[in-house]
Design a protein around this ligand. Structure first.
Ligand code: PHE
Length: 368
């Protein structure tokens, strides 16, 4: 066997047994690098006479080509093998349990909304929603607040520019309360109705107990022969279930809302436990007191008319209560602003496990 044939055989064998990219590269340098053995052979061509060069030239170039091809082929083979190995290694088994404790928690506002839905569902209420970007007809006019009505000024409303007026020419705004859902539901569903409508509302107001965005839940019942007694029973039943105390005492005070007539402000009795005011007990007893909790009343005839129903046939009651305030009273936070800071430490402390689904059987306040 010629020297060249031997070189070829040795080189191809070495290349075939190189088992990683580094080994292939080392062989390339060994044969084809500046100081490589095949490169050295190529240099000898210059010193040959023409006849020699004609016979040796093709052999040496052939050797270089064969080794170059073998190196490339081996490299490609190894690349494919490496990729396959990586793919095999990185397989994700989605059926495995999470490797670390679940992070994140349910915000108290979400938790309280779930608790409300659970309690009211048991009384036959469904959950309704409406848009946060509302028009002034649904937010004010249909709730018996004409454009010049002074009650409009009580809500520090965020208005959109007049250029954003809707097709009916109504001014757009961020809803200041959940009461427009009363109108939308009556228009869409007709009567009878039994619903709650939780959601975000907006007013230009900011201090320890007011934030520009906060949460309310609206309640609406429309049926025949509904009166204040139904309202009082419903609120009492709801508050007892929510605060998980049988001794919740309500005090109804006459009030004014344009969309209810009569209107009632509802106070709840509180007592002091470990320096903290908790709801429960007779507010008139020594050391006890009353706390204003929500607004409510019998739906104004005009509102029922605005919503397209006959007020001689249908009556009802409505109420509106701050969800954030309910959460603060039940779970003991004292600054509303922290609700919306997104501070992980606050959420770790006040948040709920996603496993703590409020149910009437296990309790609607897993942490209380
Ligand atoms: N919408 C009123 C508010 O935001 C609350 C309310 C709702 C009062 C329903 C009466 C009936 O203050």
């Amino acid at each position: 066997m010629s020297e060249l044939d031997q070189m070829r055989e040795t080189a191809l064998a070495a290349i075939a047994s190189a088992n990683n990219a580094d080994a292939v590269e080392k062989l390339r340098v060994e044969y084809l690098g500046k100081q490589g053995s095949i490169s050295a052979l190529l240099k000898t061509l210059g010193k040959m006479n023409p006849e020699e060069r004609q016979t040796e030239g093709p052999k040496i170039h052939g050797l270089r080509q064969a080794v170059t091809d073998a190196l490339l082929a081996r490299k490609a083979e190894l690349d494919v093998a490496a990729l396959n190995a990586q793919l095999a290694r990185e397989v994700v088994d989605l059926s495995l349990p999470a490797s670390s404790a679940p992070k994140g928690s349910v915000h108290p506002v979400s938790q309280v909304m779930d608790e409300l839905a659970e309690i009211f569902a048991d009384m036959g209420f469904s959950v309704a929603t409406g848009p946060e970007i509302e028009d002034d007809w649904h937010n004010f006019t249909a709730l018996n607040m004409a454009e010049t009505h002074p009650a409009r000024a009580m809500h520090d409303t965020f208005y959109f520019p007049e250029s954003d007026n809707n097709a009916d020419g109504n001014r757009m705004l961020l809803r200041t309360h959940t009461s427009p859902v009363q109108i939308r539901s009556m228009v869409e569903q007709g009567a009878p109705i039994r619903l709650i409508a939780p959601g975000r509302v907006y007013r230009s107001d900011s201090d320890a107990t007011h934030t520009p965005m906060f949460h309310q839940v609206e309640g609406l019942v429309i049926d025949r022969d509904i009166h204040l007694g139904h309202l009082k029973w419903t609120l009492e039943t709801f508050l007892k279930a929510f605060f998980e105390r049988e001794d919740i005492v309500l005090r109804l005070r006459p009030s004014y809302f344009p969309f209810t007539e009569p209107s009632v402000e509802v106070d709840v009795g509180w007592e002091e436990v470990n320096g903290r005011r908790v709801l429960g007990g007779d507010g008139d007893a020594p050391g006890h007191g009353w706390m204003e909790l929500l607004g409510s009343g019998v739906v104004n005839r005009k509102v029922i008319q605005f919503a397209g129903l006959d007020p001689d046939e249908w009556q009802g009651f409505a109420f509106g209560v701050g969800v954030d305030r309910l959460a603060m009273l039940k779970y003991g936070m004292d600054d509303l602003r922290a609700f919306f800071d997104g501070d992980q430490r606050w959420l770790d402390h006040y948040g709920f496990s996603h496993l703590d689904q409020p149910t009437l059987s296990t309790g609607v306040g897993a942490k209380a």
